[in-house]
Design a protein around this ligand. Structure first.
Ligand SMILES: NC(=O)c1ccc[n+]([C@@H]2O[C@H](COP(=O)([O-])OP(=O)(O)OC[C@H]3O[C@@H](n4cnc5c(N)ncnc54)[C@H](OP(=O)(O)O)[C@@H]3O)[C@@H](O)[C@H]2O)c1
Length: 259
């Protein structure tokens, strides 16, 4: 048995047109899975689909979903199950990251981040989880962050840290509830990675100087790229992790051991 082979398994990556999500979708295709990507913007889904197909030579489906709308998530489960037969792997790679000093935090934005980063992830776990319970098998992988575990010295991350801390505990609780049904639920916690979510933030913080400082702050002395998350997700999606659940794996270059 190849512990890392995903042949015959189907995966849905919500946020699969994003910086990290697209890399993960490509990694899952390369490991043998049938893959669908989903998010709100059709143009970016088409771009990511084309990109993954060109790089892998395999076809990838895309679907429009707003994960913060429960009826949209229910529709995504229906259509992916209808088209793919069954869904074995769910990757929640969606998210929103807006920063304000805590004393000035815009509470509409705070609530929007809760709705996408926490409620959205929960609704995807709930409805794909229900499908996986029927199958007696499933692998759920949530995108958390090092910010679910350690705060930043500077201001701005009250909402982001709150939502990622919530994702960590949601992951553990769902692991407990879904485990008896043969479903593992884990998360990965990347460190700052250059993706569309971070482009503006990195620019505001000084661009190349900031990149260099980030690299120097990590034991592995390298700024993270989306591909750094692929190995952890393949592990958590594959038979290699069948007895691993409720864990947060940190593809973070060592930040959480020194941070
Ligand atoms: N980049 C980092 O430094 C970093 C570090 C640690 C953890 N993470 C986490 O990794 C995940 C991916 O981040 P990223 O850097 O790849 O961000 P990104 O490039 O901005 O991608 C985010 C994705 O989420 C989708 N999305 C947002 N709201 C959604 C909704 N309501 N329904 C469906 N899809 C939605 C976006 O597509 P649409 O807007 O088209 O819907 C986009 O595809 C996030 O959970 C993030 O918090 C990122």
């Amino acid at each position: 048995m190849d512990l890392f082979d995903l042949t015959g398994k189907n995966a849905v990556v919500i946020g699969g047109a994003g910086g990290i999500g697209e890399a993960l979708a490509r990694g899952l295709v390369e490991a043998g899975a049938g893959v669908a990507i989903a998010s709100r913007n059709e143009e970016s889904l088409k771009r990511a689909q084309k990109d993954i197909q060109e790089k892998t030579g395999k076809s990838v489906r895309y679907y429009i979903v707003d994960a913060s709308d429960e009826s949209s998530v229910v529709a995504l489960v229906s259509v992916t199950v209808k088209d793919m037969g069954r869904v074995d792997i769910l990757v929640n790679a969606l998210g929103l990251n807006k920063k304000f000093p805590a004393e000035d935090f815009n509470m509409d934005v705070f609530n929007q981040m809760l709705k996408i980063n926490v409620t959205g992830v929960m609704m995807a776990c709930k409805h794909f989880g229900r499908h996986m319970i029927k199958n007696g098998y499933g692998k759920i992988i949530n995108l958390s962050s090092v910010r679910g575990k350690i705060a930043t010295k500077g201001a701005g991350n009250a909402a982001y840290c709150s939502t990622k801390g919530a994702v960590d505990m949601m992951t553990r609780q769902l692991a407990s509830e879904f485990g008896p049904h043969g479903i593992t639920v884990n998360a990965i916690g990347p460190t700052i990675t250059e993706t569309p979510m971070m482009t503006e933030i990195i620019k505001q913080r000084g661009g190349d100087e900031y990149r260099k400082a980030q690299a120097q702050g990590l034991p592995m002395r390298k700024m993270a790229v989306p591909e750094d998350c692929i190995g952890s997700v393949i592990f958590l999606a594959a038979p290699a992790s069948d007895f691993v659940t409720g864990n947060i794996v940190y593809p973070d270059g060592g930040l959480t051991c020194v941070g």
